[in-house]
Write a protein of this length. Structure first.
Lengths: 149, 264
């Protein structure tokens, strides 16, 4: 079946199966910053934005996204680089596998929440696992990026 | 779930016609849990374009479209204002934002998922379901029906009234399904207790509720005895998340805490 999407601002048409998930559609078409982790909604590394909202692309049927705006980390390159700078300063990076998904989720949080508290930041990121950093460095970096105390 | 054909319905009538005409057709709501289902469908019916994604106050009810996401429920001020925010409290504990932006209230209810965090509090609030052909039915009655519905769930209607609500869930991690969850409401002088993820689907603790209606002892004693009654009457099972005995202990503690809170 034909699927029309707007990916990072560009109109795209993909051939997809009826039960194909967005993660597979994107990766099959070289959007490889969208990572495959648990493949069952638990880890969050497959996060993309659909119409600005973070979703687990491993469990989002591709055809459900017909006509929608899909954003991968390349679509927010400038903001992702800014966040990466804070990650570096806070020693929040190790393998980097989860970084694109965390960047997208933090970007969405910035748009959605004004001056989020520590608890709100933690709560928003519950579904984005990082197996390296222990989260404290990430948390400091995200607060610096969001310019909150 | 394996899908042979994907159809984006243009109207409720069209969606129902496909569903009625093919026993191997199924509605796709959010789709977040489709991977967990070992089934195959001929026709998956996408109802996301039918305007079933609004939350509106209609008379004495808050009307929630079946395609409203759990994230929208969590962040809705209208939902938060009901019964100490008990529905919002339950919604925000469901995995992460990336899942709550996919999963819908209608999909959760229609699936009658035992692990659901959202069904349990809704059962304590007099929630009504509106189906396309079947009309209105109480959520409790719907949950007690053995057969899966072949109708289209359109709206979830929650009475708007003064009252208290309580919700508590126990999970191994924040992104796991519950070991057990419990909701208690106190509305119009009536106490309602629901226990879910036992790991069976949520059900009311009828004997404990009846006891609370008649208890003439001091409040703390009533709550204690009702909690013991609830733990004794409910059926619990064991799985990788917890044993039946552990769930029974949790039930007693959660019901006691819930009763004390809504009666305070």
């Amino acid at each position: 079946m034909k699927l029309k999407l707007i990916v990072n601002g560009e109109n795209k048409t993909f051939d997809v199966k009826p039960d194909e998930y967005l993660l597979d559609t994107l990766r099959n078409n070289n959007y490889v910053s969208v990572r495959r982790g648990c493949d069952n909604t638990s880890c969050g590394v497959c996060t993309v934005l659909v119409d600005g909202k973070p979703v687990a692309s491993c469990s989002y049927l591709s055809l459900k996204a017909e006509g929608r705006n899909v954003t991968t980390v390349e679509g927010i390159a400038e903001e992702a680089a800014k966040l990466a700078g804070f990650f570096g300063e806070e020693g929040a990076d190790q393998c980097g596998f989860c970084n694109p998904s965390v960047a997208l989720t933090v970007y969405a949080m910035k748009k959605e929440l004004k001056n989020p508290t520590d608890d709100e930041i933690r709560s928003y990121l519950v579904g984005n696992l990082c197996r390296c950093s222990g989260y404290m460095g990430q948390h400091r970096a995200i607060k610096a990026y969001l310019e909150v105390d | 779930m394996k899908i042979k054909k994907y159809i984006k319905a243009g109207s409720v009538e069209e969606a129902y016609g496909i569903l009625e005409g093919n026993p191997k057709a199924a509605v796709v709501a959010g789709g977040a849990w489709l991977k967990l289902l070992p089934t195959e469908v001929d026709e998956a019916i996408d109802i996301s374009g039918l305007g079933l994604d609004t939350i509106e106050k209609k008379g004495d009810f808050l009307e929630i479209g079946s395609m409203v996401t759990l994230r929208s429920i969590e962040t809705s001020p209208e939902v938060r204002a009901l019964y100490d925010g008990v529905i919002s409290d339950a919604a925000e504990k469901i995995m992460g934002v990336t899942v709550r932006n996919i999963a819908t209230i209608g999909g959760t209810i229609a699936g009658k998922y035992g692990f659901s965090d959202i069904i349990t509090p809704l059962m304590t609030l007099g929630t009504q379901l509106e189906f396309y052909k079947g009309g209105s039915i109480g959520l409790v009655e719907f949950m007690n029906e053995q057969a899966k519905s072949r109708d289209l769930l359109l709206k979830i209607r929650i009475p708007v009234a003064e009252g208290r609500g309580f919700y508590k869930t126990m999970k191994i991690t924040a992104i796991d399904f519950p070991i057990l969850n419990t909701a208690v409401s106190y509305i119009g002088g009536k106490t309602v207790i629901a226990v879910g993820s036992r790991p069976y689907k949520a059900a009311l603790a009828e004997k404990a509720m009846a006891y609370m209606d008649t208890c003439a002892s001091q409040e703390a004693d009533c709550c204690e005895r009702a909690a013991m009654t609830a733990a004794a009457e409910m059926k619990f099972g064991s799985n990788s998340r917890g044993s039946a005995e552990y769930r029974k202990q949790l039930c007693e503690a959660f019901v006691r805490e819930g009763l004390q809170e809504v009666k305070s």
